[in-house]
Design a binder for this molecule. Sequence first.
Ligand code: FDA
Length: 382
Amino acid sequence: MSQQYDVIVAGGGAAGLMCALGAGQRGRRVLVLELADKVGKKILISGGGRCNFTNLDSRPEAFLSANPHFCKSALARYTQHDFIALVGKHRIAWHEKTLGQLFCDGSARQIVAMLLAECAANQVEVKVAHRITGIDKADRFTVTTDHGAFTSSSLVLATGGLSIPKMGATGFAHDVARRFGLRLTETRPALVPLTLNVPELSGVSLEVVTRLGRASFREAMLFTHRGLSGPAILQISSYWRGGQEIAIDLLPDVDASSFLKERKRTRPKAELRTVLGEVLPQRLAQHLANEGTMANARDRDLDALAERLKTWKIVPTGTEGYAKAEVTVGGVDTDELSSRTMEAKKVPGLFVIGEAVDVTGWLGGYNFQWAWSSGWAAGEAV
Ligand code: FDA
């Protein structure tokens, strides 16, 4: 005999637990089925173990999707302030680090404990180490696992994206959605380091503005032995497709042309590289400038160098892939889902939430906010 529930949530991550506790609050009988031996593994490692759980500035423009309007409804109905209130109710101390990013003072474990406490208070059952081996739909969904079968009237796919396969990320939600006839958008690794062959600069870091199309981010950039990383790069990586050029302003606060010409007047004997070293890390200055003194540099060469410093154009050779990507861009096509409830339009009772959906946030707590908001939206409807 299979055990009966109102709601089965596949995946005990951020979105799944939020959905479960919301549905539980409404008196629904809820089961969470988690493949791993514990829930919320990505929450635990997030934000360097302190979980950047939301962003004060969360707004629809901070999310990428083939339909940029889709996220608006859920984000408006369960906001960053709602989540902050929940964190406050559980007396979890937090602080703003930078750019509206909120972190636990203590540990990400507090966020998982909070979600589990809310689930327990609302009689949600959570089963870990359960592998789903089959899903069938007749009047109800039947979910078969390696520990028996369960049925429900609603099934929520909350198994996340493809990032970090080593941590158990699978294409499960995508595969099930596809099997039920839902379309997917193209997926690719996002918030991911980019590869570029400049090993001689490994270790150099500086604040820059990265630009691609209409997207631009002013944050730190770090040269690694494989290419480029740091928040300015991770952010722009979500917009990048193979072969595209990224423009980087290496001197966001400096009018480079005026600066160089002024130094030519006031420090004519100085090496160009030394002058550049006033405003750039020394090794980067060495890399970018030719040998020679300021006096020997023609104004038009200084203009060309200034242009290069303000718009350093790179074409990355690739990304470091899902192994290093914080999130996945793309997923279940939002056209297939109700933006109010996350229910599949053509499969009543089937819901998709969190990273499995084609909605991806910027770096800085936005992805968890999407997990909370989309999870809550479904929790109100299942
Ligand atoms: P999530 O991945 O959280 O949960 C999915 C769950 O489903 C997992 O528990 C998984 O084990 C389970 N599962 C998978 N396959 C299954 C199957 N077949 N059956 C049953 N269960 C299955 N975001 C942010 O806003 N702030 C931050 O600080 C960070 N930091 C961060 C660091 C690192 C290293 C990574 C990789 C990612 C982040 N993120 C982040 C992104 C954030 O972790 C991510 O967007 C959310 O966890 C997505 O929530 P979901 O619930 O959709 O998936």
